[in-house]
Design a protein around this ligand. Structure first.
Ligand SMILES: [Zn+2]
Length: 678
């Protein structure tokens, strides 16, 4: 899944990739078997809500994590598979878009044809790398490589995209960002503990194996793998950390092309921009200047031969899942098994379905929405979002710690937020993308280029506010601070998370909580730095900002105390925005539910009061089992806290919860010092 710089999502984008036969039951109520009623809700609310689910739902062999969201995503995938298998059948009367998704899927599923090709689809790219005559040709190569950045992984050398200017959201500009690594984070290269060292050794062994599969002799491949690690480590040193990157001011460095050339003289920027159709661009954002200074030094310092090794690895790495099963398996051994703890390669249909979702997502998404997303669900979800926004309006007006001047700005921002529910108003046009049946690698490459050119073509044009960064079947949601919109794809508005016919209490606790979460992102420590127009501009009075930051620190301190695995605790500064959004979102959902049902007489169901069902609905949205390897990975890269704390961390701050379950002071789910922001 592609992501822009600043989109803030409900779930980690790279990890919840891909899903319950849709039981659109008329009266969806809480799943009592998911609970463990032997556990005291005031002691550990997460286990009380999810204990039964966790016992009944071990992590499947092809997954690294298995939770309510991941399970729904797996079910959505099965629905997409039905659509794709029908589209792939020859002879049926099809629109050109259906033809494209069908041909793409059929090409991907034809494993024996792919196996016969071995590594030969990479040959043209390797010839180009072998023929590079000097390091000055790097720019020309990177701007025409078959594996354009940022579409394939983090890209060779750096990431390049278009974005709205942070300080003038009406202007679309180009942006160069750090990149060039093949491990998930700078920490993997720089940390010195035994586990990090072991992972680095496993990585080097993996690079060596891939290079051997390409025909290199073992000793040569071993040496090349060391070269790759050395270059990537140099680059990693100048990567900004994930915590630093949460501050949008630190990522804003608009400069002229001449200034970039001066900062990073060993790379021919003018050539790179020209080749990407940006010859007339005078300036761009350089998100991490220090990275480009370091990259330039590395280009100078390392030999052309070593750069060729690096580029060859990056091309093979980007291509691995589209090549024969030997490459696919070795790629899985490291990135699936070692890094994430998956036991088995997911079945091919899942991976092919994900590829279509990634490359032709709105073509597939349109077919998905037509078949699996009811107009009723769209209307009901839209109404719920409105209720939640009304609650936020009341909350801001009543906020004891914020002055009138800031309140006025906050209300303006709230009013300007656009709500996007289900799917885009205008579907992406894929007519310029050629899909050839039987050409798996070619399809992937043309799709990558289609996307990259689409990105580049946006530079200098008006912002398309109808655009989505997630595809319709995705089980996730996001807030975009530059467009100032909240987005809820059709994929997450499905049972058991959401049903227009459900008991309102768990529906609000669950999906209402998600909506409140995204809305609160507009006002978390990061989102609150953008104004109603999506510009990075301080609209706070000094005193109010200080009061906000003190409250945000309360959340950092709370979450930093929670253990993840081994001796690793939550990095509360990394997860602060998400924790604030969880806390604010659940309270907003609670208030909206109360407002929405104020004229109804709410009754207990199954011995649970409406308030209890609200909170259990929230708690059960987080039921998850996870492999240890994946916990460690997330601790480093994921701005979201582990699910247990997304449940317990929130409810232990809420007097409404304490009242619903009659908890007493001193019990674990009753914090002495309550954090509260929105
Ligand atoms: Zn979020």
């Amino acid at each position: 899944m592609r992501s822009t710089t600043l989109v803030i999502a409900l779930l980690a984008i790279p990890f919840v990739l891909p899903l319950f036969a849709q039981t659109a039951s008329d009266q969806y109520v809480l799943d009592l078997s998911a609970m463990d009623k032997s556990v005291d809700p005031c002691g550990d609310f997460y286990t009380y809500s999810c204990g039964g689910w966790m016992k009944a739902n071990p992590v499947p062999p092809d997954q690294s994590s298995w939770g309510t969201y991941g399970k729904l995503q797996d079910e959505n995938l099965a629905q997409l598979r039905t659509i794709l298998e029908e589209a792939a059948k020859a002879g049926a009367d099809k629109s050109s878009t259906v033809q494209k998704i069908g041909d793409y899927y059929a090409s991907c599923m034809d494993e024996s044809a792919i196996d016969k090709l071995g590594s030969s689809p990479l040959a043209p790219e390797f010839d180009r790398i072998a023929n590079l005559k000097s390091k000055t040709e790097l720019a020309e190569y990177l701007s025409t490589s078959q594996f354009p950045t940022p579409i394939f992984g983090s890209g060779s050398l750096f990431t390049f995209r278009s974005t709205q200017d942070a300080k003038n959201s009406a202007e679309v500009i180009a942006e160069a960002d750090q990149g060039g690594l093949s491990l998930p984070d700078r920490d993997y290269y720089l940390k010195d503990d035994n586990q990090s060292k072991e992972l680095r050794n496993a990585y080097v062994a993996h690079v060596q194996k891939i290079l051997q599969l390409l025909g290199d002799k073992p000793e040569q491949a071993a040496e090349e793998a060391t070269t790759v690690l050395r270059i990537e480590t140099e680059l990693a040193q100048s990567h900004m950390t994930r915590v630093e990157r949460r501050d949008p001011q630190k990522l804003y460095h608009r400069m002229s092309v001449a200034e970039l050339a001066k900062l990073s003289p060993s790379f021919d920027w003018a050539e790179y921009l020209k080749k990407n159709g940006l010859a007339s661009a005078n300036s761009l954002n350089v998100a991490v200047p220090e990275y480009f200074r370091t990259m330039s030094t590395a280009v100078e310092k390392e030999s052309l031969a070593d750069w060729k090794t690096y580029l060859r690895w990056h091309a093979a790495h980007a291509a691995a899942t589209y090549l024969s099963s030997a490459f696919d398996k070795e790629n899985f051994n490291f990135y699936g098994k070692t890094l994430r703890g998956q036991q088995e390669l997911p079945p091919r249909w899942k991976r092919c379905t994900n590829d279509v979702d990634s490359d032709l997502g709105e073509a597939l998404g349109k077919a998905y929405v037509d078949r699996y997303f009811s107009p009723d669900a769209k209307v009901a979800a839209g109404k719920m979002v409105k209720e939640i926004e009304r609650s936020m309006q009341d909350e801001i007006q009543a906020m004891p710690w914020m002055g009138q001047t800031t309140k006025k700005q906050a209300l303006l921002k709230l009013e300007a937020i656009a709500n996007k529910v289900g799917y885009p108003d205008r579907w992406r046009d894929y007519s310029a993308l050629e899909i050839v049946r039987g050409d798996e690698m070619g399809n992937a490459q043309r799709a990558a280029w289609f996307e990259f050119r689409r990105q580049m073509a946006k530079v200098g044009k008006p912002v398309d506010k109808t655009e989505w960064t997630m595809t319709p079947p995705t089980v996730n949601a996001y807030y975009d601070p530059q467009k100032n919109d909240i987005n809820f794809p059709a994929g997450i508005l499905q049972p058991p998370l959401f049903s227009p016919k459900s008991d309102a209490a768990p529906n609000y606790g669950n999906t209402g909580g998600t909506m409140g979460h995204e809305l609160t992102h507009a006002f978390d420590d990061e989102g609150s730095q953008f104004d109603a127009q999506g510009n990075l501009r301080n609209w706070w009075t000094e005193a109010d900002r200080k009061a906000f930051e003190e409250r945000a620190q309360c959340v950092v301190d709370q979450y930093s105390g929670y253990p993840i695995i081994d001796d690793i605790k939550i990095n509360g500064k990394l997860t602060d925005g998400e924790d604030i959004a969880d806390l604010g979102g659940t309270l907003l959902a609670y208030l909206a539910w109360k407002a929405d049902t104020r004229d109804q007489k709410l009754e207990p169901i199954d011995g649970l009061t409406p308030e209890q069902r609200f909170f259990i609905g929230y708690g059960q949205s987080w039921c998850t089992n996870e492999r240890d390897e994946f916990k460690r990975l997330r601790a480093t890269v994921d701005p979201h806290s582990p699910e247990k704390y997304r449940a317990n961390g929130v409810v232990s701050n809420m007097p409404e919860f304490r009242e619903a379950f009659h908890c007493k002071a001193g019990q674990p789910m009753v914090r002495e010092k309550l954090c509260r922001i929105w």
